[in-house]
Design a protein. Structure first.
Length: 138
């Protein structure tokens, strides 16, 4: 299930990107998950409720703990747009990056506890899925 906000990439594009990223991340078959594209207010509420941080953030992932449903990814589109502008690339590229990041968390990776493994894998799957962005960001 995909819920979207104005200015965000369209649902079919998000779904296609997600399938590609899952494949490049080594998923043997498509795994169901939900993606919510929201604004700062909803993200701030979720971040406060689940992480105790009363600020919006770019992406949150919630693993289901089940084998037949991967979990939920939430992307704050206005936050992602601001982040994309600061980094010098398009919103679509930022959403691809955040999707990859969220998917890797759902697949069990944790950049806060590894030695950079998750970010190296994130870079590899982004390059394999979409190539280098115009700013050199995979």
């Amino acid at each position: 299930m995909l819920v979207t906000v104005v200015g965000a990439p369209l649902a079919p594009r998000i779904e296609a990107w997600t399938r590609i990223l899952l494949s490049k991340a080594g998923a043997k078959r498509p795994l169901p998950l939900s993606i919510l594209l929201c604004g700062d207010r909803r993200m701030r509420t979720l971040n406060r409720a689940w992480r105790g941080r009363d600020v919006p953030t770019d992406v949150l992932s919630f693993s289901s703990g089940e084998k037949e449903f991967l979990g939920d990814i939430v992307i704050d589109v206005p936050y992602a747009a601001r982040q994309a502008r600061r980094r010098g690339h398009a919103l679509a590229r930022e959403v691809q990056i955040l999707l990859a990041h969220g998917l890797l968390h759902l697949l069990g990776y944790d950049h806060e506890e590894d030695d950079g493994t998750m970010f190296r894998l994130q870079r590899r799957i982004l390059l394999a899925a979409f190539g280098e962005g115009p700013d050199g960001v995979p």
